[in-house]
Design a protein around this ligand. Structure first.
Ligand code: UDP
Length: 338
């Protein structure tokens, strides 16, 4: 198989490329504009085995078409996207262009070049701010009602995929709706499992990344955004998933599509941790008691968002290996130190 990975130098894409290089003999072509991905990540991946890298922005439609043709691509894993929620509110057009328009074009190129499998990174942000949290978490049938342009740009891309697959019988897709992805490379090549790749994107806003920056001394202190939610300890609850478990689902999805039809899957552990629990875990595993203040709620933050992951576990037989908040925090911290 010849596989194109867009955004393969970025955080999640690089973990998928790593697993493809380690566990398959497929030909891998990585396409990335390096706006947030890095050469260092590509260098680390190159030590696993050879792959082709093309520096290109997806808005170069003609070049994307040529790349699919010349490399005889049969599967696309599409990670390249803009992902900062507040930025999407300030600059919605950037999100509709980078995410929805570029994805639509990529799907168009895929159909023209008879690429018949398309794996798409979507997000739990398509569910918006649920007015209630079902007992077993949010399942794939739950109302999709994004509350920001980022979530909407992804939901619109989902619709383009669904409608295209309905009209083209040879074209199949898997949509993954990611919950809170965190942690870094579990590296079995190293005795202490020190990560080779991780999240390098500057100006992080995500909780576990910020807590690891505090534990490393890169950041002096952090704040808990809201302690008056209707949750176990008043702070926001989320479903944190290790990036290597998430990556593995993408490899399984390619096999799954051989004998099954297109589908959408939530991906999370189906288990919620509060902000306080995450910070305490980071402080325990690193033995660093950094300063934590209180701050008002962040606009648009739901009290709790937890996945119902029954579908991916039963239909795709996905078996997570790293469902362990300590490991997620520790690997994130080890990466931050590097
Ligand atoms: N959060 C926090 N302080 C921070 C960053 C995040 O209290 O510095 C909280 C945030 O309000 C939410 C949870 O941590 O309840 C997860 O936020 P994150 O940005 O990691 O992911 P989101 O769920 O917003 O996509």
């Amino acid at each position: 198989m010849n596989i194109l990975v867009t955004g393969g130098a970025g955080y999640i894409g690089s973990h998928v490329v790593k697993q493809l290089l380690e566990t398959t003999s497929y030909t891998i072509v990585v396409l990335d504009n390096l706006s947030t991905g890095s050469h260092q990540t590509l260098d680390s991946l190159g030590k696993v085995r050879d792959f082709k890298f093309i520096e290109l922005d997806l808005k170069e439609f003609d070049s994307v078409n040529m790349i699919l043709k010349e490399n005889n691509i049969d599967t696309i894993l599409h990670f390249a996207a803009s992902i900062v929620v507040p930025e999407s509110v300030e600059n919605p057009l950037k999100y509709y262009l980078n995410n929805t328009v570029n994805t639509t074009n990529l799907i168009n190129c895929a159909v023209e070049n008879k690429v018949n499998k398309f794996i798409f990174s979507s997000t739990a942000a398509v569910y918006g701010e649920p007015t209630y949290l079902p007992l077993n978490g949010v399942d794939e049938e739950f109302l999709t009602k994004p509350i920001n342009p980022y979530g909407m740009s992804k939901l619109m891309s989902e619709k383009v995929l669904e409608d295209t697959a309905k009209a083209c019988s040879d074209f199949k897709y898997i949509i993954f709706r990611y919950f809170n992805v965190a942690g870094a490379d579990v590296n079995y090549e190293d005795e202490q499992l020190k990560p080779r790749i991780g999240q390098s994107f500057p100006n992080a806003t995500h909780l576990i990344k910020i807590a690891s920056e505090c534990a490393c001394g890169k950041r002096e202190k952090m704040a808990i955004f809201g302690n008056d939610f209707n949750t176990k300890d008043g702070t926001g609850v989320r479903d944190y998933i290790h990036v290597d478990d998430l990556a593995n689902a993408h490899i399984k999805a390619m096999e799954y599509l051989e004998n099954n039809s297109s589908d959408v899957f939530n991906i999370g552990y189906g288990q919620g941790y509060s902000v306080k629990e995450v910070i305490e875990t980071m402080q325990t595993v690193t033995s660093v008691k950094f300063t934590v203040n209180s701050a008002p709620r962040r606009a648009g933050d739901p009290a709790a968002l937890i996945s119902d992951n029954t579908k991916i576990k039963t239909k795709m037989n996905w078996k997570p290996k790293y469902n362990n908040l300590e490991l997620i925090c520790k690997s994130s911290f080890e990466w931050e130190k590097r």
